[in-house]
Design a protein around this ligand. Structure first.
Ligand SMILES: *Cc1c(COP(=O)(O)O)cnc(C)c1O
Length: 462
């Protein structure tokens, strides 16, 4: 090739300037969405990747390439999904869904300055806790209350404020580990307390506690066994026995209720789950529980109990590091307010609504959806309606299962089919068990939204 030919060939293959490419009409929608800076970055990468190829000047290929490259940046990382796993409070999928009242309160708090720590009556500084404490005391019968980031923080704070450098007695049957590295022995260490284990895995007696109390004891702790049950030859000591013993020794009893609930779930035909009010009535001095489990609110850790102890906790510097922001406090306050009218909870609070949903209604929903899902699957898979058992999740009633109905999908390449459901605009998350993909419909609220996207189901290629 002559030198002149060579030069001409290079001129043809040299990419157009980045600025010129950025002016291509086919790229304008992407620039609108992602911003010019990111598109320029992608174009530089494109020019480098396609150097010497005839493709480099192809606007359509370039647009597709840049769109794929920028997709992770243009799309939010945290996306709404359909939780059809059968676990109502799914920790990995964000636990409780908020009531419309709580969503509105959070949005209002986001948009404007608020009285977060401001007392309108006298124009002075106010208390953050005052937005929720009156509701928490009213709903649990406790003298005082405070709220922090989550229940793990609440437990850490209570232990640290009451028992740092001292001993805390816990039954061996209650030394729980829950997901996400929350283990009672580790939390104790981090709080600066020494764990004194009493009893055995299956049986702990009042005398075990009594014998362990010594000059270094700062508290007795009870923990709700959230994700397991010890059955058979088992015994634990109820608060009604533990409290008199602790009183006689001048020690506080603290209880980590885990999920904790403010209402009796039996109202909706569910088995009994301990309520915070029962723990307080039994004489527990401090009770901690989560805001985003059965309570149905935003992530939070709630501490209720004796005034003097709650005040001690509120003064602890760690509390400042665990405090709630105005958005979550607004959502929490609005959620708690709904409990003033328990009769309407099942209609207003999505968590209670899902738990209270009767199986016949879920079955009817399955029957309505069956044709559309069958059509979307075509010859790739078959689908039927099957009775299944879901669960509450997040450590409430670990053994009791919720009778429900699911769409059960049978296919050769089940993993791939599950993946294609996860690639829908609103990903659909089910549960695979024994080579069947189950979509438990207890938690499906947006029926039209689910159906509308089915036609976009594409089975993922190899
Ligand atoms: C869920 C749970 C926790 C942790 O609560 P978070 O709100 O997730 O921090 C602690 N203890 C028990 C017994 C639990 O069930």
């Amino acid at each position: 090739m002559s030198r002149a030919d060579q030069a001409e060939r290079e001129a043809v293959l040299r990419p157009p300037s980045i600025d010129r490419m950025a002016g291509w009409p086919s790229l304008q929608p992407l620039i609108d969405r992602a911003g010019r800076g990111l598109v320029i970055e992608a174009l530089r990468a494109w020019a480098a990747a396609k150097r010497g190829s005839a493709d480099v000047a192809d606007p359509v290929a370039c647009r597709r390439w840049c769109e794929a490259k920028l997709a992770p940046l243009v799309q939010p990382s945290q996306r709404p999904v359909f939780n059809l796993t059968g676990t109502v409070l799914h920790t990995n999928l964000g636990r409780a869904l908020l009531a419309e009242e709580a969503i509105q309160a959070a949005v209002d708090a986001m948009r404007s300055p608020t009285t977060l720590e401001y007392d309108l009556a006298n124009g002075r500084r106010g208390e953050r806790d005052h937005h929720v404490a009156p509701w928490l005391t009213r709903l649990t019968g406790a003298e005082a209350a405070t709220a922090v980031n989550n229940n793990a923080a609440a437990v850490l704070l209570v232990l640290s404020a009451l028992a740092a450098g001292k001993e805390v007695i816990v039954s061996r049957g209650e030394l729980i580990e829950i997901g996400g590295a929350f283990r009672i022995p580790d939390i104790m260490t981090r709080a600066g307390c020494r764990l004194v284990e009493v009893g055995t895995t299956n049986r702990t007696h009042l005398s075990d506690y009594a014998n362990a109390i010594g000059p270094e004891t700062a508290a007795i702790m009870k923990v709700h066994p959230s994700n397991y049950a010890v059955t058979g030859f088992a015994k634990s000591v109820p608060a009604s026995e533990l409290v008199p013993l602790a009183r006689a020794k001048g020690l506080p009893v603290i209880e980590d209720l885990g999920s904790g609930t403010l209402v009796d779930l039996e109202t909706w035909g569910l088995p009994h789950e301990p309520t915070a009010r029962e723990a307080i009535a039994a004489g527990i001095d401090l009770v901690t529980f989560s805001g985003d489990k059965l309570l149905g609110g935003p992530q939070a850790g709630l501490i209720v109990g004796r005034r003097a102890l709650v005040e001690r906790i509120a003064r602890n510097p760690m509390k400042r590091a665990m405090r709630l922001d105005k958005i979550r406090l607004a959502a929490l306050e609005a959620t708690l307010r709904l409990y003033a009218d328990p009769a309407r909870l099942a209609e207003r609070l999505p968590t209670v609504r899902a738990l209270a949903r009767p199986p016949f209604e879920i079955r009817a929903l399955a029957e309505r959806l069956l044709p559309a899902v069958g059509k979307a699957l075509g010859s790739r898979a078959s689908v039927t309606i099957e009775p299944v058992r879901g669960q509450i999740g997040s450590g409430a009633l670990p053994v009791d299962l919720l009778p429900s109905f699911a769409l059960a999908i049978y296919a050769d390449k089940l993993d791939r089919l599950a993946q294609s459901f996860r690639q829908l605009p609103i990903p659909v998350i089910g549960r695979i068990s024994d080579d069947v993909l189950y979509f438990d419909l207890r938690t499906l609220d947006d029926e039209p939204g689910f159906v509308d996207q089915l036609e976009r189901l594409d089975v993922v290629a190899d």
